[in-house]
Design a protein around this ligand. Sequence first.
Ligand code: HEM
Length: 519
Amino acid sequence: MRHHPVFGHLEVVGKLMSKIPSDAHGDYMMVMILDNWRELFPGCDRCPPVAYVDAWPFSPPMAISLHPDVSAQFTQQFNLDKPPEQNAFLYPLTKNLDLSSSNGPAWKVRRRRMNLALSPQTVMARVPDLLEEVAVFVSVLRQKASKDGSWGNVFPLQRLCTLLTLDVIGKYILDIRMHEQTSPMTPFSKSMIDTLSRLRFFVTIANVFDVYNPWWRYKMWSNTRAMDNFLLPFIHQRLDDRARLEAQGKAEDASGRPRTLVENLVKSMAEDKEDESTFIPYALGETKHTFFAGHETSAFTIAYVYLILSQKPEVLARLRKELDEVLGSDAASALRASPHLLNSLAYTNAVIKETMRIHTNVGTLRQGTPNFNLYGPPGSGFEGICFPTEGCVVWDGNFAIHRHPDVWERPLEFIPERWLTTDENDPLYPPKNAWRSFVQGARNCVGQHLAMTEIKMVLAMTVREFDIECAWDEWDALKGRKGKTETIWGERCYQISKDGMPHVKDDMPVHVRLRDPSQ
Ligand code: HEM
């Protein structure tokens, strides 16, 4: 890409981003590079598998992977460390006592503990508990629909999904009902969301005063105090429970009740013979990070699945048919009795994965080093060409990779069937390394089983009772907006950046109606 001796790639990037709305999320940059590669790399006859972007002083130099087999080199074949910017970003929330901002031996211990706490078996055992929170979501949707079967008033769907995911994670981590969906927000969630809104991934001249001012410091201090005061009694209670069991010479409590995430962490602490004085700050950091990592990401995905279902009636019809066949008319009772039925929802699973491909959430950032180079993979047109990573943040460009025409058959079409084919010769068969919504390799998303389980439960319990569709006209009228509306690729529900994490524009305004008001 054309590089200016003083302004680096600022002009090129500025021009690219000026083609989309100014509030669009920064992740669109990688897709814009992919879509405009002919113009950006005039000497090339294929899109390069790595694009370097020098956007200083707004971010450090970046090496963006635009090819799945390049991403595999630094996440799967070799596991590059997270960059210092990630630690700086998370420090105010977790003091870096969390999985995501750790590297090396500390990461290994934390990952082992979190693997256990979020394993498929552990998640499955909690399905009956989690269903209670999804049932609240259903009842809130009922209140939002009109009684006579007509559309209810418009409301921001991602906001409601966020409250749901907070309730689900609260139940999973602490075994409490946070009632975020039905009551004013808890001090914990309020403080966490306020903290997140004040974090900046890259501190640059453009935002340095957002971060380095006394008010920021005061808010971080008071939010941390509120979050810790909320969490500490639960952590102490679980430590006391474990001490009591040990005093009785028992390994487990006799109730057979499945363990919460905090209980699993306490169990690991006991097995590792870790002292409480180091464990308690760690448990605070890890639980806060789990709340953070699992709520917006899942809410964003649930909202986009509803968007897709409203745009693809044939997909919605097939999804409903599968749910009828596997779960019968009462999904909650069927799942309470047999949570593993979720594993039989092959088409539902395919719809979620395809939604996550088209509407990709976050990727991963790693720190380049002098000793680690990337190489053009076979079939890329850049075979064996070396792409150094020294001095760069290396970015897994999953959003772009998911739309790459050299990687996917009919990449821009929504085709759940690509996740059902088992024939490797079928052009739709997803190539190895290509689906990167949870990243791949040792540092993939440790919460993915919980996320998929939660989304499946939500679909199972809602899509046959409700129709949900975007209601932009009503929303615009409510907000007094007139004139031209902004879109990306013709879609008003594009991704914006609120606190660094991608959100759906305006939290996706929708309305909802009951399919059968007589029920
Ligand atoms: C659809 C929902 C979700 C998506 C798309 C998603 C995506 C991701 C991605 C892309 C990463 C890698 C991030 C990085 O390297 O910086 C990640 C890591 C992580 N995720 Fe998720 N996630 C989701 C849900 C969850 C949930 C529900 C939890 C926990 C309750 C969770 C916990 C974590 C943790 C702890 C990590 C760090 C793993 C490590 O560094 O070893 N995520 N997730």
